[in-house]
Design a protein around this ligand. Structure first.
Ligand SMILES: C[S@@+](CC[C@H](N)C(=O)[O-])C[C@H]1O[C@@H](n2cnc3c(N)ncnc32)[C@H](O)[C@@H]1O
Length: 237
């Protein structure tokens, strides 16, 4: 997963990361934290630039190679660790943990991850993550194909929902070699639908209070929100 997409991720991801990082950082307390499923390091690097001390964790070597390149280009000293976030335990207790842009959708059962995050957060610490909603996955993505061209790269993105909670995504990329030819690369990924009420209950069992936000952190959650944010505070050990 993300073996081939890593090469194109930063070009094709058109989200307003600067605004997103600013809004997340307003909820963070303390200085030291972890960016789970950090990908190409957008949040890790963005938060370091804003004065936080953050370690990025990701399972994909290719995404982390891009993260190192991005940090180097921005002259930022950043540490990235290649590990499954479900197994990751940082050195010492943390002030915050984030997992942004669908990281939790890539995990079939997030409850053990919530327990692990709770175990390494300080009391009063914050855990922030977002989720592609059931509405987005079932009504917008499932059964549909998307295509776009950006900066010499074309993608075709096919989505299939074979079982109730599992979305299989087939991605095909065509990248110009600059000499009139296109190189084709393919990748398959799986995401899972999570019920927000079940996640909220699981988080509460692990000592978190939970506030739900909409597509942006400044917005309320709606029935048609395609993305929601969980702002969780560790209130009990
Ligand atoms: C859509 S990208 C998000 C990257 C980044 N957080 C961002 O905001 O741009 C999802 C990332 O989750 C990572 N990922 C998926 N499953 C993971 C796991 N079990 N442990 C760590 N990383 C994982 C992928 O490698 C990929 O980099």
């Amino acid at each position: 997963m993300y073996e081939n997409f890593a090469e194109f991720y930063d070009v094709l991801m058109t989200a307003n990361y600067a605004e997103w990082i600013d809004s997340v950082s307003e909820y963070l307390c303390g200085k030291t934290g972890v960016d789970l499923a950090c990908g190409t390091g957008k949040f890790t690097i963005g938060l370091i630039k804003r004065g936080f001390d953050v370690v990025g964790v990701d399972i994909s070597a290719e995404m982390l190679a891009k993260a190192y390149e991005n940090a180097l280009r921005e002259k930022i000293k950043a540490n990235f660790i290649r590990q499954d976030m479900k197994d990751f335990v940082p050195f010492g207790k943390q002030d915050f943990c984030i997992c942004m842009c669908d990281g939790i959708n890539y995990i079939s059962n997030p409850a053990p991850l919530f327990a692990r995050v709770s175990s390494y957060l300080k009391k009063g610490g914050v855990f922030i993550f977002d989720l592609s909603t059931a509405y987005r996955i079932k009504q917008i993505l499932a059964g549909n194909t998307f295509s776009e061209t950006n900066d010499g790269i074309t993608y075709i993105w096919r989505n299939n929902l074979p079982q109730g909670r599992r979305l299989d995504m087939e991605l095909t990329f065509f990248a110009s070699d600059g000499k009139g030819k296109y190189i084709k690369k393919e990748e398959t990924q799986t995401m899972y639908i999570h019920d927000e009420n079940t996640l909220t209950e699981e988080l509460k069992k692990r000592g978190f209070s939970v506030t739900l936000k909409g597509e942006r952190l400044s917005e309320r959650k709606k029935d048609t929100s395609q993305r929601i944010h969980f702002i969780c505070k560790k209130i009990k050990e």
